[in-house]
Design a protein around this ligand. Structure first.
Ligand SMILES: O=C(O)C(=O)C[C@]1(C(=O)O)C=C[C@@H](O)C=C1
Length: 156
C-alpha cells in the first residue's frame, strides 16, 4: 500500500507560490517516511516510480510496470523530437547566414505570427493544448534569433 496523506500525522509547508500561499507540504507518517503533498491539486506532488514501487501490493506493482512500458514509448518519441529539432536548427542556421549576408534583422514578427496561427490550429486538430504549441514555437524561434544575432555579429 503506497503512503498517502491519509496515513500521515504531521505536515510541514515546503513550497510556496508568489502570493505566499502553500503549494506543497511535506507530510510525515508515523514511520518517519515523508511524502510531498500538492495542496492545490490535493494529490501527492511527486512519486519516483522504479522497480521496487508496489512491492507487496501487486496492483500498484502492475501500474508501475505499465508506466515503465509507456515510458519506453516516451523515450522513443523524445529521441525523435531531438532529431527533428537538430534538423530544424540546421535549416535555421542556413537562414542565419542568408539574413546576415542580406543585412536582414534576426526577427520577423509577421512570419512568427503566421507560424503561431498554423501550429495552434494543427494542435487544435490533433487534440493538443494550442498554448503548448505556441510555447514551443516561441522557444525555438527565440533560440533561432539568438543564433541569427551571433552569426550577424561574426559576419559583420
Ligand atoms: O523564418 C525566419 O525568418 C527565421 O528566421 C526562422 C524563425 C523560426 O525559427 O521559425 C526565427 C525567427 C523569425 O522571427 C521567424 C522564424
Amino acid at each position: 500500500m503506497p503512503v498517502t496523506k491519509r496515513h500521515c500525522c504531521r505536515v510541514v509547508p515546503i513550497r510556496w507560490n508568489r502570493k505566499g500561499t502553500t503549494l506543497a507540504v511535506s507530510a510525515f507518517c508515523q514511520s518517519g517516511q515523508a511524502i510531498d503533498w500538492d495542496v492545490m491539486n490535493n494529490q501527492e506532488a511527486e512519486t519516483s516510480i522504479h522497480d521496487q514501487v508496489g512491492a507487496g501490493d501487486p496492483e500498484v506493482a502492475n501500474r508501475a510496470r505499465e508506466v515503465e512500458e509507456l515510458r519506453a514509448g516516451v523515450d522513443n518519441i523524445d529521441a525523435a523530437v531531438i532529431h527533428m529539432l537538430t534538423e530544424r536548427f540546421r535549416v535555421t542556421r542556413q537562414i542565419s547566414h542568408l539574413k546576415a549576408e542580406a543585412g536582414f534583422a534576426p526577427a520577423d514578427p509577421g512570419r512568427e505570427s503566421e507560424q503561431v496561427e498554423r501550429l495552434r490550429s494543427l494542435a487544435q486538430d490533433g487534440g493538443l493544448d494550442p498554448d503548448l504549441a505556441e510555447a514551443y514555437l516561441h522557444l525555438v524561434a527565440d533560440a533561432a534569433k539568438r543564433i541569427h544575432s551571433r552569426v550577424a555579429g561574426r559576419e559583420a
